[in-house]
Design a protein around this ligand. Sequence first.
Ligand code: NAD
Length: 428
Amino acid sequence: MLGSHRNKGCSELAHGLHPVGVCHSNGCLIPPLTDETAMYNVTLIPGDGTGPEIAEATRKCIDATGVKIDWDVQECGIEVIQREGKVPERVLDSIRRNKVAIKGPITTPIGKGFRSVNVFLRQALNLYACVRPCKSYVGVRSHYKNIDLVIVRENTEDLYAGVEFEAGLPKTAELIQFINSIATGKKISTSLETTGVSIKPISIEGTRNIVNHAFEYAVKHGRKSISSVCKANIMKFTDGLWYKESRAVAAAYGARFEDKSLAEGVVADPQLAGKVPNTAGKIEYTERLIDNMCMQLVQKPELYDVIVLPNLYGDILSDLCAGLVGGLGVAPGANIGIDGAIFEATHGSAPKYKGQNKVNPTALILSGKLMLEHLGETAAAEKLERAVAAVIAEGKDVTYDMKPDRNDPTAVGTSQMADAICRKMRQG
Ligand code: NAD
């Protein structure tokens, strides 16, 4: 029989002057478990392709930490979407009810008319913050050592809002003509018939929420600096707004501006000032243009710590940073909002390896570590990470992609690597 279930909703969710709904001392929407028979309800979405294999490996490892979880398994892979024509309401209901989900990757067919389920879930549940720690582990092959970066990516706005107009359609030509009629500066000079248009909305509140999330993260995890990144020299009304609001949030936290001139005339975010911790200059605030940031990260990643970006730049830089630490196989992620959180790997469904018990489960297992942290189960999260790190460092019970030679016959399968991680945890 199951014990009592403790995350059946949080009455405090409706509170809040600011949509960053931190309700409990663990910084999570869900109260930490106190009695021994209690369990967390967590939605588990196996996904498709290699998703179900890595999801099962992850569930095994999380259970082996000793944290009690009642898994609410919800199928939402491409077969389900194709059969039902959309993400089933029961999946959204389950995440809304449980407030925490862990998910295997889901395939997005290219050019077949339906949008990414992953993007849909983030937008439907308003999971506005994507947090992707990129950390070096001994034993993972990489050109870099000792990387410890965190990407905080805005997840719901920007070019991913999905407002697009196809080239050649009459309404697209009409839109271009309308834009040109009201544009006070430059106009669209390409042909009405051959130009496609994608809209890039960036809002004040969206920017403040995500930058606030980055600062909350930095405070909670004792990080030293936050870099706000965009391309404000070119897009003044979207990326320019991004910098302006980033500075207002940084001022509310009492951040130390690397470039003092950026602090001139900045009014601290009135919704945050006095209500969030004043870091009294302990956290540094820096700004970088995205192109420069790409080069800086390749040349001197050690200079950076937490990096906060709008959606598109965040997507690209997450993969760059995953590359710094040895690739997608070890890059975990969290999508967090006021109504819940979904934890998932940065990589996709790697469909060519489906059913082969071959791919690396590390990224989703480390996403499970982030989930345990989110639940306030810090000791279990650390135990899981230590076990993952130990198995990788030994280099014996690891998948093909972690061996120096990808054809190494001693490489183990997805489930065997998970078993090795569970054994490490039992050994303490
Ligand atoms: P992918 O990440 O699935 O795979 C690219 C390559 O990376 C694979 O062929 C494989 O060699 C390697 N790889 C990926 N994950 C690995 C792992 N765990 N272990 C070892 N090697 C691994 O990227 P893709 O091929 O561009 O995308 C496949 C599908 O996944 C697409 O439909 C895409 O839209 C989708 N996708 C889903 C998510 C998500 O669910 N969040 C994220 C990215 C892509």
